[in-house]
Every structure is written in C-alpha cells, then in structure tokens.
Design a protein around this ligand. Structure first.
Ligand SMILES: Nc1ncnc2c1ncn2[C@@H]1O[C@H](COP(=O)(O)OP(=O)(O)OP(=O)(O)O)[C@@H](O)[C@H]1O
Ligand SMILES: [Mg+2]
Length: 356
C-alpha cells in the first residue's frame, strides 16, 4: 500500500488549489454524494433564463466547484462569462457594467468559443445516440459548426468594443450592458455571467453590502442570467437582505447528510483520477475517515455545507505525515489528527477576521 501512498503524494491527488476552469474535473454532483440535487436545481434555474441566482455557502464549501461544473455542462446555446470583481468598484453599477463589458471585449476568441465547442462535441455524441436534434430554450434551434462559432465570438467582441468605444457615459453603462446582452440573444445565445470570486473583498461588509444593494439590484433588472457566489455571512447583511426579493433564486449548498460516505466518495474520486484504484479504506483507516468526516461536519452550521477545502487539505497533510514515517503502509487516525491540528479551520467568510 506504500506504493499507493507514494503515488497519491506524487500526483497531488489531494491538492485543492483548483483553478475555476479545472474545478469541474474534481466535482461530484451532490446527488451522488447523498445530498439534494443542487446541481440540477442550479442548472434548471439557468436554463429558465431566470435573472440573478445566488449560490450560498461558507468559505471552502464548494460554491465555485458547483458553479464551474454546472456552467461547463450547459448546452451550446449558453455562453458562460466569468466576470471578476478584482480591480473594480464593485458597489458602483456603472463601473461594474463597464468592467464586465471590457472583460467580454478582452476575452480571447478561443475562450469565448471553448464552451460551445465542448458542448457541441457532447451534443453530437448524444445525437448519435438518440438521432434527435436538441431544441433549446424559447424554441431556438442552434445552428452548429465552427463557422457560426467564430462569427458569434467576433460579433460579440465587436459589440463590446463598440459599447466601450466612447460615447456611452458611465451612467449609461448599464444600458450598454443590456445592448451587449441583446447581441448574444440575437445570435441565439444566452449569456450567463458568473461572479464567483466575491471572497476577494475580505473583511469589508460595506463593499459587500453595496455590491448587492447597488450592482446586483441594477443587474437584476437586465434580461440576462447571472450567478453570484455568496458567502453565507453575506446573506445577513442589510445590503443583501434589501435586494433578496430581486433575486431569481438562491441555491444553498447542503450539508452532506452522510459525511463519511460523501467525503469517502470525494477522496476516492480524486484517487481514481490519478489511477490509484484501491479502496479509500485501504488508504486511510476507519478512525482517520471518521476524524475527517467529523471535522467536516463540525465546520457546518445549521444544516448547511461544511468546509470541504479544509477536509481535503487535511487529507493531503495526513498523507504527508504518514509518508514521513518510513514504515507507514496507510494513513492512520493519528496521522489525520496531526494533520487537522496543522490545518486550522478557516473562518466562515472574509467578514470574520478572527477565529473564535
Ligand atoms: N461537489 C464536490 N465534489 C468534489 N469536490 C468538491 C465539491 N465541492 C467542492 N469540492 C472541492 O472542495 C474545495 C473547495 O471548493 P470551492 O473552491 O468550490 O469552495 P468555495 O465555496 O468556492 O470557496 P471560497 O469561499 O473560498 O471561494 C475544492 O478543492 C473543490 O475541488
Ligand atoms: Mg470560490
């Protein structure tokens, strides 16, 4: 079993520094983890073209993972557009709109078309199986093929360029945003704006409140779909509460009901992705799994998701601790205990500056 441990370590099986576009690789749908099907819930809300949807969970609970996986699985009629909150006055709707338009203008064509290409590959495979064309939302039938793909990307980027080209005053930027979104619609594409790095505001409740109260309020009036990651602590801020009824929906990440089973599945799936095919129970003993599951459950509040990042990181550290012993054949409860002590629980959000 030492070989398996070595391989898991060498191949970074339990590394958690996932980039947004790589998160889908490790994501397991909640239904497979014994929890309510929030993947399906979020997907259906997007497909209904519903407006602003907030995805709620504590820090490290899996918001970005869920959003990236659902976005990656959307049909070719949808265009996921990631908009970062970094380097913009996020509480100013006009500034945020201009920033979002600029991000779309500056997206490499390849990035704009990658989702569509992947979705088309999937759809082609499905069609082969079912021999039926897929009807998309609002009865659109999406034309396929690379010519349209390139044209779509070029038209969109040109429109974004025109919007920023000059005449639009900052106060008009929201309308400019709508015009750009309309270009997507004309091309029979539904833009899905994704704002998932909202943890970057750190400890500023004022900024978070203003982002929801001002910017999300303005964007909720647009004919578009937007997904916003929200730390659970944000949802009690006044700025959030004031616009809550403007949201098309909230998707709260659930606690894994059977933490032991869910965590085992997640760890085992990471083992498989680096070609380690033994059972998780051969790698970690019963006490170790129990300690990891308990740590996850203890980081959860009121039945909502716990800190998955810390749980997976603790497993990585426990593996290192085990490997530092020349004769260890598996990760023991003792190793996990030491790892948990070395991997402090993160605060529930950036708003909490110190641990209790
Ligand atoms: N459903 C899942 N299946 C497998 N792994 C998951 C799942 N959800 C989250 N993870 C893993 O847990 C870690 C934390 O997830 P993620 O980065 O999505 O959390 P987050 O809520 O966005 O955190 P933050 O608040 O810091 O932005 C990642 O390494 C991710 O791969
Ligand atoms: Mg995140």
């Amino acid at each position: 079993m030492r070989d398996a441990l070595d391989r898991l370590f060498r191949e970074f099986a339990f590394q958690t520094s996932g980039r947004f576009d790589l998160l889908p690789v490790d994501h397991l749908p909640y239904a497979e983890l014994g929890a309510p099907d929030v993947d399906g819930d979020l997907r259906r809300r997007i497909e209904r073209g519903e407006g602003v949807i907030s995805v709620i969970g504590r820090m490290g609970s899996g918001k970005s993972s869920l959003i990236s996986a659902v976005a990656a699985g959307l049909d070719e009629g949808f265009v996921p557009l990631r908009v970062s909150v970094i380097g913009v006055e996020a509480g100013d709707p006009g500034a945020f709109a201009r920033h979002a338009i600029a991000e779309i203008r500056d997206l490499p064509v390849t990035e704009l078309t990658r989702h569509e290409e992947k979705a088309l590959e999937r759809a082609t495979a499905e069609r082969r199986a079912t021999a039926s064309e897929r009807e998309l939302r609002a009865g659109f039938r999406i034309g396929t093929g690379s010519v349209l793909t390139a044209q779509v990307a070029t038209d969109i980027k040109q429109a974004a360029h025109d919007e920023l080209g000059g005449k639009v005053p900052a106060g008009e930027a929201i309308r400019g945003m709508q015009r750009l979104l309309d270009v997507f619609r004309k091309l029979k594409r539904c833009p899905v704006m994704i704002v998932e790095d909202t943890d970057h505001w750190g400890g500023s409740p004022g900024l978070v409140g203003a982002f929801f109260d001002q910017t999300i309020r303005a964007f909720s009036g647009l004919d578009s779909v937007m997904i916003v990651a929200a730390q659970r602590d944000y949802t009690v801020l006044e700025g959030y509460l004031r616009i809550r009824d403007k949201l098309a929906g909230e998707v709260a990440l659930p606690l894994l009901p059977d933490a032991r089973r869910g965590i085992s599945r997640i760890l085992e799936s990471r083992m498989r992705s680096v070609d380690v095919s033994v059972d998780i129970t051969d790698v970690v003993d019963g006490e170790g799994i129990e300690l990891l599951s308990r740590a996850y459950a203890e980081s959860a509040e009121n039945g909502y998701a716990g800190d998955l990042r810390r749980t997976i990181s603790a497993m990585r550290v426990a593996l290192e601790v085990a490997l530092s012993e020349p004769n260890a054949e598996y990760v023991s409860g003792g190793h996990v205990q030491e790892a948990l002590a070395r991997t402090p629980l993160a605060p529930t959000s950036g708003l909490v500056t110190a641990e209790p």
